[in-house]
Ligand binder design. Structure first.
Ligand SMILES: [Zn+2]
Ligand SMILES: [Zn+2]
Length: 338
């Protein structure tokens, strides 16, 4: 079967062996398509994805073979995520599911940029759903990335009177701004440097502005929040400028949600955290309960995902990576089968 295989920091299309069910519990899924995640780009660039890896985990597909004690059957169109917690270890008991060893080792095989994958019984039982009839494959492919966002938004523990600033309005910022609105009904601001993204966010109920001028941005937020600053800042960028803006716009006692890596692994000043009583916390990957919320938000149309993906063929997957890195597109969806 055709797969995009990592070779020397690039995706190379190769013919590899199809996964087989053999006697295992689980399913073989023919992949319709797979969204391209920012973490795929990081893994490729840093070499965390070793040669021979097949990237891609935001998968949508059809069950073609199954051996499972679930209600799923052959020809079901499904969406799934890739990691499952054990629900039993100290991490799981403390709801840090994405730190669980089992979570980190479970995966789809070989990876979503592939014509077929193996999904284990655990995937089917915990993180797979049938695709709602009112949704396209591209739309439902936001199930996993939105799940990550839902977890971060829930961890922020806000209420409907809270104010939030989302820094960076790429696809993650666009979805998270909407998720704050949908989950809490709070007042959400967003900023970016790209005019198109600002307009798109405004159309999705986010009060978005251009943050190229620092002082004006700070001024804007102060004016809208009785001179206080926002209760929480959601970071989709880890740039020095973004960090500086977060510290300027968050109120004393406020929260900063870290949702992006930073190139130099430096960040928020100790003294600002201390004297201003800031809470800075990270949120990484979703638990099954967050994915369930994500599925419901998509199914009910509470989060808009229509017409925001750019479709690439599997042959053009490397182009999709390049166009995402250069901000030429908003979100890439790799279409593998009609
Ligand atoms: Zn992802
Ligand atoms: Zn665990």
């Amino acid at each position: 079967m055709k797969s995009a295989v990592v070779e020397n920091h690039k995706n190379v299309i190769k013919d590899i062996k199809e996964p087989e069910l053999s006697n295992r519990k689980g399913a073989i899924v023919q992949v319709y398509g797979c969204g391209l995640c920012g973490s795929d780009i990081v893994k490729l660039r840093t070499g965390k994805a070793k040669d021979g890896t097949v990237l891609g985990h935001e998968i949508v597909g059809k069950i073609v073979e199954i051996n499972s004690d679930t209600d799923f059957k052959v020809n079901d169109d499904i969406v799934s995520s890739h990691h499952i917690p054990c629900f039993n270890c100290e991490y799981c008991k403390n709801e840090h599911y994405s730190m669980c060893e089992h979570f980190k080792t479970t995966n789809i095989f070989p990876g979503g940029f592939s014509e077929y994958i193996f999904l284990s019984e655990e995937h089917l039982k915990n993180v797979a759903y049938k695709i709602p009839e009112n949704m396209t494959y591209e739309e439902i492919s936001f199930y996993e990335p939105l799940g990550c966002i839902v977890r971060a938004v829930k961890r922020a523990d806000l209420n409907k009177n809270s104010t939030v600033l989302v820094i960076g309005l790429g696809s993650i910022g666009y979805l998270s701004g909407q998720a704050f609105n949908a989950i809490y009904g709070c007042k959400t601001f967003g900023c970016d440097l790209i005019e198109e993204r600002i307009n798109l966010a405004c159309n999705a109920g986010i009060d978005a502005f251009n943050s190229s001028d620092f002082e004006k941005s700070e001024q804007f937020i102060k004016e809208k929040t009785n001179n206080m600053g926002v209760d929480a800042v959601f970071m989709t960028s880890g740039s020095d400028k973004a960090i500086e803006l977060a510290l300027k716009t968050v109120r004393n006692g406020g929260k900063i949600i870290v949702f992006a890596s930073t190139p130099n692994n430096k960040g928020y000043g100790n003294n600002e955290i201390y004297y201003r009583e800031l809470t800075v916390f990270g949120s990484y990957s979703p638990a099954p309960v967050d994915l369930k919320t994500s599925f419901e938000l998509l199914q009910t149309g509470k989060i808009k995902v229509k017409d925001i993906s750019t479709v690439y063929s599997l042959d053009d997957v490397q182009q999709a990576f390049d166009d995402t890195v250069s901000n030429k597109i908003f979100k890439a969806y790799i279409k593998i089968k009609e």
